[in-house]
Design a protein around this ligand. Structure first.
Ligand code: CTP
Length: 405
């Protein structure tokens, strides 16, 4: 809940401005107080009347509105808030913010504020990719400005495709709630989510096994974030380092075959996230007794392929979850391999990361991922595994609610 949290929403001039009406509605439902400022350009996309009807407060539109200045100056406006949210943040607004330009009420409030600022960029993919915007975004990040999105997807312009769509209202909401440390327990309420996590151990004999370096931290963080968002969560975990998250049904398994069986038994679910680092092969005839050193030299190990759990569930004839998310751990050509993997495995999204030893991702606490969807590729900023999990969960909630695909 966001009880009595005061949000100053600065609405920029972009086609995504209409999504702000939904954002305000959701913020109000959670008890927040929302005051809106619209730039002149925003007025081309939504009217102050409709914004005011939803915020329940007057909407501020112009720096030189003398009555408003008399009533409440821009300095007060920007300080009488717990958080300033800019959505949609156009390329122009980001540029002005990065350079401290204050030539209307919204930008003046941004320059005058001493409160944290969260921006939700939205623009044409070419504008987002432009070196000038890249510079401005880097500057804003260095200034401590938080960002949510943009996402990849179809743009309002015909035939335009790429990164630049504003984050969905649910994602912006989740970022706001994360800022206040309040997980939204309604985001995934009523949903059943399955997560696989950790490595698998494939026995050679009763004391030896084949394994990998996965710690289970990312998968466990996703299960915890989904639970915090109100979902019923089943976590099928290999022998992971990470502790069992609270409130989650955890099924402990050792091998890929056991993981497959546990996953199948857990269906149906609304969404499944396959974060486990499943061993691709197992030893064909694991010995029943400890293999002893002998005169014959090293024993030959014959490997056979394990079932591909992700591919099997993504292609399940009757119980395919509505949203199937795979991971791709790569050490080179990360995005190209991930795109290929998405198609090959038949899943909806792939969360791809570079696990070369120098990145420290495997076993570490931070992660840098790319989200590969049918709509394109998004490069997410480096974040803790918990943040990546919250972000992914918010994105999944938006998808299940039918906001994106
Ligand atoms: N996966 C799975 N079952 C397997 C192997 C992989 O469910 N037997 C899932 C992983 O949980 C992950 C995704 O498939 O979500 C990709 O795993 P990865 O090891 O990167 O892919 P591989 O299938 O091993 O492909 P490659 O060997 O080409 O890297």
């Amino acid at each position: 809940m966001l009880n009595d949290k005061r949000i100053l929403l600065l609405i920029g001039g972009g086609i995504a401005a209409y999504k702000c009406l939904d954002l305000v509605r959701r913020l109000k439902e959670r008890g927040a107080r929302v005051r809106a400022v619209m730039t002149r350009a925003a007025g081309q996309f939504v009217t102050p009347l409709s914004v005011g009807a939803i915020t329940g407060e007057r909407v501020f539109t112009d720096l030189f509105d003398l009555t408003a200045e008399h009533d409440i100056g821009h300095i007060r406006l920007s300080r009488e808030a717990d958080l300033v949210v800019v959505a949609p943040a156009t390329a122009d607004l980001l540029a002005k913010m990065a350079h401290g330009i204050a030539d209307d009420l919204a930008t003046t409030a941004l320059l005058a504020t001493d409160k944290p600022v969260l921006v939700a960029p939205a623009m044409n993919p070419r504008m987002w990719a432009h070196p000038a915007t890249r510079r401005n975004v880097a500057q804003l990040r260095a200034d401590g400005i938080a960002m949510v999105g943009p996402n990849a997807g179809a743009m309002a312009e015909r035939d335009e495709f790429g990164e630049g769509r504003m984050a969905e209202p649910m994602e912006i909401l989740a970022a706001i709630e994360a800022h206040f440390g309040a997980a939204d327990t309604a985001l995934l309420k009523g949903r059943r989510i399955l997560v696989t996590s950790g490595p698998t151990h494939e026995p050679i004999d009763p004391v030896r096994y084949i394994a990998n370096r996965s710690s289970g931290k990312q998968g466990h963080a996703i299960a915890a974030a989904a639970r915090a968002a109100g979902a019923e969560v089943i976590l099928v975990s290999g022998p992971a380092e990470a502790a069992d998250p609270r409130g989650v049904k955890v099924i402990h398994v050792e091998t890929a075959q056991e993981m497959m069986a546990a996953v199948e038994e857990s269906l149906p679910v609304d969404a499944a996230v396959f974060a486990a680092a499943v061993a691709d092969w197992r030893v064909a005839d694991a010995a029943g007794q400890k293999i002893k050193k002998g005169d014959g030299g090293a024993p030959p190990l014959t490997l056979v392929e394990n079932p591909d759990i992700l591919a099997a569930i993504a292609r399940h004839r009757t119980l395919r979850p509505r949203l199937v998310v795979g991971f791709a751990a790569e050490t080179q050509d990360v995005v190209a391999h991930a795109r290929d993997k998405r198609l090959r495995k038949g899943c909806d999204w792939i969360v791809a990361n570079d696990v070369s030893p120098e990145t420290g991702i495997m076993g570490g606490d931070a992660n840098t991922v790319h989200l590969v969807t049918a709509a394109g590729v998004e490069d997410w900023p480096s974040a803790s595994k918990a943040e990546v999990a919250r972000h992914l969960v918010a994105r999944m909630a938006a998808d299940l609610a039918g906001e994106t695909r």
